[in-house]
Design a protein around this ligand. Sequence first.
Ligand code: GDP
Ligand code: IMO
Ligand code: MG
Length: 431
Amino acid sequence: MACIVVVGTQWGDEGKGKIVDLLTADADVIVRFQGGNNAGHTIVFDGQKFILHLIPSGIFHPEKTCLIGNGVVIDPQVLLGEIDNLEAKGVSVPPGHLYVSERAHLIMPYHKAIDHGREAKKGKTKIGTTGRGIGPCYEDKIARRGIKVGDLLDEELFKAKLEEVLEEKNFYLREYLGQEPLDFQEIYESYLEMGKRLAPYVTNVSLELEKARNRGAKILFEGAQGTQLDIDHGTYPFVTSSNTVAGGACHGAGVGPTTIDFVLGICKAYTTRVGGGPFPTELFDETGEYMRERGGEFGSTTGRPRRCGWLDGVVLREAVRLNGLSALAITKLDVLSGLNPLKVCVAYRVDGERRETFPANIREVERVEPIYEELPGWEEDISQVRRFEDLPQATKDYLRWIEDFAGVPVDLVSVGPARDQTIVLRNPFQR
Ligand code: GDP
Ligand code: IMO
Ligand code: MG
């Protein structure tokens, strides 16, 4: 397979970063296509831990090309900070190793101010965003008043756009959110300065991908967030503001659907969610606490404790359908050791009626009760296992159950955060 899309099948933090870093060994080009620095992708190797927010998780392989596509929203301060941070740790990030789309939209200071101001105003009904300005930036893109990375390289254009939009934003900040207006000159100067540093990285990502395909390169598309956070198909309005499903790779990177050969869904062996919104299999007891502690379930971006619960088969089947999954990577299976029995949600009950899919109505979603099946658990520590045959029988049965229920094969099993803590049943690039 030459072009593989990696997506989260749940509410994010499934371990996409780890799997992308692993698969990068066989890829030539790695592309982010949506989201922004709301993402936090953790990579662990040689005893070191890195958390990436914007830069693709392939960056640790110096000979590979990493691209940030037009569908990503970019906070230039965060991007430059991430480059500096990596370089300080000995990871070189020169232009050529990393490129950024000229068409990607910029997160501006008013996007962050609005994100915070709105959440504060909403109080109890807030979404629990990451506060990074993601939603307000995508809003401006769709409303055709966004500022793109390429605009920063044209001083006159940038000035005109900023002047026009800031007037409206300051009105909103002052009059509706009761906040201090932002200073034009300060934003203008600091962004132009950052634009100068970013300039050598800026390119036409779609064109780079075409060139890569023409020379037979293998391409890995790195999704952020998860299927249930998709703006169209997730638990709206408790979602992020981009299309997180595999189709997003096409418009977010500038390739056609026929480019994609394979879609790999990353699925945690249980479920987590950060922020507000429905979560049918959420646990509020010591089992949830066990998952949080053993799994280190604290947000990579905001540090918030993640809500934890059993694996949700309804969510999994939604992910199979919405992404056209070819295979699954099951992660954090090691975390379940010691829980017996295990529960898996096979359907929902809403107002006494059995449902096999997620209701679209948010009020109905809130009334969903999970219908569980029990499966035997295992006590053994599996974090050192590297071959499927060496897993305890109950662990193998759990994986087989997932395959049967989802109707797609499990190609990879992750039993720890490090690169080598992985059981590779089939390497998607070598299929
Ligand atoms: P992402 O956003 O999907 O890339 O996932 P995050 O990096 O936010 O969260 C996944 C967390 O689980 C990180 O701390 C990873 O280091 C860790 N992790 C990934 N795979 C495994 C695994 O198989 N077992 C354990 N115990 N931890 C893992
Ligand atoms: P990765 O790529 C988990 C959640 C936020 C909030 C909602 C909207 O690491 O899996 P936003 O700031 O995007 O407007 O917040 O989406 N969220 C994530 N949850 N993992 C992520 O990314 C997330 N990115 C956003 O917590 O509920
Ligand atoms: Mg994450």
